[in-house]
Design a protein around this ligand. Structure first.
Ligand code: MG
Length: 375
């Protein structure tokens, strides 16, 4: 392992865990966090949760699990380039989507809408906050505590955004949303790796599904530039290989740019410690031209893929399922598995949200069937 930079998060100086534990013997504190995440049941469930395409639509599309692995891979490269803690970056990346509902963003938007409409005092649903809830409360694996009891730095990185109202209830990890400071560089890098991963794999999945075409993508400058270069160097290359080669080059160019730009900003602000990083402006980022190109690509995907009528049909179905589950359980909590029954109304609504958020796509579909179909 490369030596940590002065501004990196050092596992031997962690701000610690919510429940004190003896230091691990054969690994660092952040390695232990990463390992606990990989062994959690929420992590295994990511395999059957939608990224953009519902899990049963095709075997080659990304799932939340493969997405999280791609994020971790990109983030580790960035961490190594910048002298950061690879273990912490990897832990944050692998955990960042643990709180995602079935059916991707449609599921989470609907669950939030249900909570707000049917249990307005219960505090809504945010997938980021739910990821933290999974590692802080919901996993039941250890004798001495609920959750995974992760280090402050990992939890801080998992909580990417959060409303001020929630931040006030969260204690130390919520503080930065109130005093507007930054998270560690490891968290900043994991967040940007998420963006690099989904922008690029959504192009790949979008093309594979036939919902978007290369001709459309040629309007997007970052794609067009690399695609033209691939065509020039490898005339007559088979279409699938040409797009894969293009995407590979796009990912690489984003990583190279991010490394170079971040190193320049780090040099400029000269943080001497991980806490200096928190007080500085964001230090990890793309150069202006690549930031603009990445935003252009995002807009393209939003307009042409996420808003494609076939994706919207799936989204509409997913929202109906989540709404039906939520309202049925809230109307009659006796229909819930006993573990999810609670005394107070708001506590009950929260437990239903936890139950639904933990479902995989196919579990939600089956549960819906069990509630609404005979035989
Ligand atoms: Mg993600």
């Amino acid at each position: 392992m490369k030596e940590l930079a002065s501004y990196a998060s050092d596992p031997s100086r962690t701000r610690g865990r919510r429940h004190a534990e003896p230091a691990p013997e054969n690994r660092s504190e952040f390695q232990r966090d990463r390992d606990r995440i990989v062994h959690s049941s929420a992590f295994r469930r990511l395999e059957y949760k939608t990224q953009v395409f519902v899990n049963h639509e095709g075997d080659l599309f990304r799932t939340r699990l493969t997405h999280s692995l791609e994020v971790a891979q990109i983030a580790r490269t960035l961490a190594r380039n910048l002298g950061l803690s690879e273990d912490l970056t990897e832990a944050i990346s692998l955990a960042h989507d643990l709180g995602h509902t079935p059916f991707g963003h449609a599921g989470q938007d609907e669950l939030n809408a249900c909570m707000r409409a049917m249990a307005p005092e219960a505090g809504g649903f945010e997938h980021n906050l739910q990821s933290l809830r999974v590692v802080d409360e919901l996993e039941e694996r250890y004798a001495e505590f609920n959750g995974l009891n992760l280090c402050f730095e990992t939890r801080e990185g998992i909580l990417k955004h959060c409303s001020a109202a929630h931040a006030r209830q969260l204690g130390d990890v919520g503080e930065r949303f109130l005093n507007r400071s930054q998270p560690s560089l490891e968290a900043q890098v994991a967040n940007l790796a998420d963006e690099i991963a989904y922008n690029n794999h959504d192009i790949d999945d979008g093309l594979r599904s036939g919902l978007i075409t290369v001709e459309q993508l040629l309007e997007v400058s970052i794609f067009e530039r690399h695609y033209a270069e691939v065509q020039r160097r490898y005339p007559g290359l088979a279409p699938r290989r040409a797009t894969s080669e293009t995407i590979r080059r796009m990912i690489n160019s984003l990583i190279v740019d991010l490394t170079r730009t971040s190193l320049a900003r780090i040099r400029e602000h000269a943080p001497a410690s991980a806490d200096d990083v928190r007080r500085a402006p964001p230090l990890a980022g793309f150069s202006e031209p690549l930031r603009r190109e990445a935003d252009e690509l995002k807009r393209f995907l939003f307009d042409n893929l996420y808003r494609h009528y076939r994706v919207l049909r799936m989204t509409a179905k997913a929202r109906r399922i989540v709404k039906a589950l939520f309202s049925t359980f809230l109307d009659d909590p006796r229909l819930l598995p006993p573990d999810y029954r609670r005394e107070g109304f708001n506590e009950q609504a929260r437990a239903i949200a936890d139950y639904i958020a933990g479902m995989t796509d196919r579990y939600a579909i089956r549960e819906h069937r069990r509630l609404f179909e005979m035989g």
